[in-house]
Design a binder for this molecule. Structure first.
Ligand code: BG6
Length: 481
C-alpha cells in the first residue's frame, strides 16, 4: 500500500452504525470538516453488517448529526456528505472484504475498529488475508482492550501479528480532552509547581469521575466489566499517571509514555488486607437523580448481579516523589452530579501566627483541576479579609477558567486529527495497557477471593458509606462542595 508519510486518503470505520460511531466519531469528523481541518482527499467509508448503500448510510449520519444540539450547517453537510461512502461487511466471517478492497485500491488507509474488542483479532486476520493490512495503513482500537491481563495480552498479540506497534493507535478518549492535555502544560510549562510537586508539599491527591447517568441499555457490556474495568483501568489511571509522572525530556509520544509506564510500575499492588481496607465497591439502588426517580441497576439489568457501578480506592505510588502520599480514586454511575475533577491537596501550615479566631478560617492550599462539566484550573489561596478590626482570613480561588465561549470540542476530534496526522502522543502503548491490567487484576482477584460484593447506595448519593470511611480513616475527606 502507501509509503510512510503519505497523507491518509481513506478512513474506514468498522461498526459504523453503532453507538460510538454515530454519537462520537462521525460528528467529530463533521466538526473537523466544518473547521476545514480534514485532508482534502479524505474519504470516510462506513462499514457494518447492515446492508446499506452510500445514500442510506449518509441519511443515517445526517439524522445522527441533526440530533445534536449544535445543529447542522447545510453547506458543511454538502462537503461532508461528498466524503461518505459505505461498504457492507461481516468482519467476523471476512465477508465483504473484497468489495472494501476495491474501494481502497491501494490508498493510504486508517481502519477504525468501533467494535467489541473480542473481534479485534478476527478483523486483523481478515484484513491481512485480503491484503489490506499491508504498507503503512494504521489501525485504531477502542478500550477496553481485554477484560484482564491475560485477555489483553492475547488481543494485543493477535493484533500485533498483523500490525506493528507504530501502526496501532489505542484510544483512551480522556487523553483527547482539553484539560487533560492542559495538565501537562500546567506541570511542565511553569516553574512554580514542580518544586512543590512531591511528598514534601502535597498531602494527598483526589481523582473523581462522577456521572449522573446510569448504565441503562449498555448493561450487557457493563455487567461483564463493572466500574473498575470500565473506568479505573483506563481513564482514571491515565489521569493518575499524568499527575504523578516525572518530567519527560520532551513531549514526544515515547518520552511521555515512558514516564507513564514508570508510574504504573510503581503502583503498590493490592493485597487481601489492603483490598479490605483501601477499596470499596458499590452498586446503585433506586433513588432520585437530578430531581427524577431513577431505577436500580438490578431493575435496568432485569435481575440481580454482583457488578460494581461505583469504586473508591486508596492507591499508593512507591517511589521517592510520592511515598506516603495517598491517591484517592472514586468513580460511579448515578451519583448526584456529573463531575470529573483532580484535586491536589497541599499540606497544612507548619505553624500559625494569626491568632485563635483566624485559625478557624484557614484551609490548606489546593489546586483543583476541573475537566467536566466546566473546564477550569483553580488554586485556592489564603488571604486577609479586608477590615480594620482584628485579623480574619479567607480562602479565594485563583482561577484559570478555560471556557472561551466557543463550542467545546468533542475529545474524539483531537484524537481523529492526530491519527490522520500520524501523531501517537495521545494514544496508549501496549505496555501501558498491560501494566494497568496487572494492577487492576490484583484488585479484582482480591475482591473475588474475599467475596467482597458491592455495597448498595441510593441513586443520587455519593456512593456507599464505606467510601467516606475509606478516606476518613486517614483524617481526610472528599472535596464534595
Ligand atoms: C467510557 C465508559 O469509556 O467513558 C462509560 O465506557 C463512561 O461508561 C464514559 O460513561 C465517560 O466518558 P465522559 O467523556 O462522558 O466522561
Amino acid at each position: 500500500m502507501a509509503e510512510q508519510g503519505r497523507a491518509i486518503e481513506r478512513l474506514v470505520i468498522f461498526g459504523a452504525t453503532g453507538d460510538l460511531a454515530e454519537r462520537m466519531l462521525l460528528p467529530s469528523l463533521y466538526f473537523l470538516d466544518a473547521d476545514r481541518l480534514l485532508p482534502d482527499g479524505l474519504t470516510i467509508i462506513g462499514s457494518a453488517r447492515a446492508p446499506l448503500d452510500r445514500k442510506s448510510f449518509a441519511e443515517r449520519v445526517r439524522t445522527a448529526l441533526k440530533r445534536r444540539p449544535e445543529g447542522l450547517d447545510e453547506d458543511v453537510w454538502k462537503r461532508f456528505e461528498a466524503r461518505l461512502d459505505y461498504s457492507p461487511a461481516d468482519v467476523t466471517r471476512g465477508e465483504g472484504m473484497q468489495s472494501l478492497k476495491e474501494r481502497l485500491a491501494g490508498a493510504s488507509t486508517v481502519f477504525y475498529l468501533a467494535l467489541s474488542p473480542s473481534l479485534y483479532g478476527s478483523v486483523c486476520r481478515a484484513l491481512d488475508e485480503c491484503g489490506l493490512a499491508c504498507g503503512d495503513c494504521r489501525i485504531v482500537l477502542e478500550k477496553p482492550i481485554g477484560h484482564d491481563l491475560a485477555s489483553s495480552r492475547a488481543i494485543n498479540a493477535e493484533v500485533g501479528q498483523v500490525f506493528e506497534e507504530w501502526r496501532i493507535f489505542r484510544v483512551d478518549h480522556y487523553l483527547g480532552k482539553e484539560t487533560v492535555q492542559n495538565l501537562l502544560a500546567l506541570r511542565f510549562a511553569n516553574t512554580l509547581f514542580e518544586p512543590l510537586w512531591n511528598n514534601l508539599a502535597i498531602d494527598h491527591v483526589q481523582i473523581t469521575v462522577a456521572e449522573t447517568d446510569g448504565v441503562g441499555e449498555r448493561w450487557p457490556y457493563y455487567d461483564e466489566y463493572g466500574a473498575l474495568r470500565d473506568m479505573v483501568q483506563n481513564h482514571m489511571l491515565q489521569l493518575l499517571c499524568l499527575v504523578a509522572m516525572e518530567p519527560p525530556p520532551d513531549a514526544g509520544a515515547d518520552s511521555v509514555r515512558d514516564e507513564k509506564v514508570k508510574v504504573l510500575k510503581s503502583l503498590t499492588s493490592f493485597t487481601h488486607a489492603s483490598a479490605q481496607q483501601h477499596s470499596v465497591r458499590g452498586q446503585y439502588r433506586a433513588g432520585v437523580v437530578d430531581g427524577k426517580q431513577a431505577p436500580s441497576y438490578a431493575e435496568e439489568r432485569g435481575g440481580e448481579s454482583e457488578t460494581e457501578t461505583f469504586v473508591a480506592l486508596r492507591a499508593e505510588i512507591s517511589n521517592w516523589r510520592w511515598a506516603g502520599v495517598p491517591f484517592f480514586l472514586r468513580t460511579g454511575k448515578r451519583l448526584p452530579e456529573r463531575r470529573t475533577q483532580i484535586v491536589i491537596q497541599f499540606k497544612t501550615l507548619p505553624h500559625f501566627i494569626f491568632g485563635d479566631q483566624a485559625a478557624d478560617d484557614v484551609l490548606a492550599n489546593r489546586l483543583v483541576i476541573d475537566l467536566q462539566p466546566d473546564e477550569d484550573i483553580s488554586l485556592l489561596l489564603m488571604n486577609r479579609r479586608p477590615g480594620l478590626t482584628g485579623t480574619r482570613l479567607q480562602a479565594l480561588p485563583l482561577s484559570l477558567s478555560l471556557a472561551d465561549g466557543g463550542r467545546r470540542r468533542v475529545a474524539y476530534e483531537r484524537l481523529l486529527l492526530d491519527v490522520l496526522a500520524d501523531n501517537p502522543s495521545l494514544f496508549v502503548r501496549r505496555d501501558e495497557v498491560e501494566l494497568a491490567w496487572a494492577w487492576i487484576d490484583g484488585i479484582a482477584d482480591a475482591w473475588k477471593e474475599l467475596s467482597l460484593t458491592p455495597k448498595p447506595y441510593a441513586a443520587g448519593s455519593w456512593g456507599p458509606a464505606g467510601a467516606f470511611a475509606l478516606i476518613e480513616r486517614s483524617g481526610r475527606a472528599w472535596l464534595d462542595e
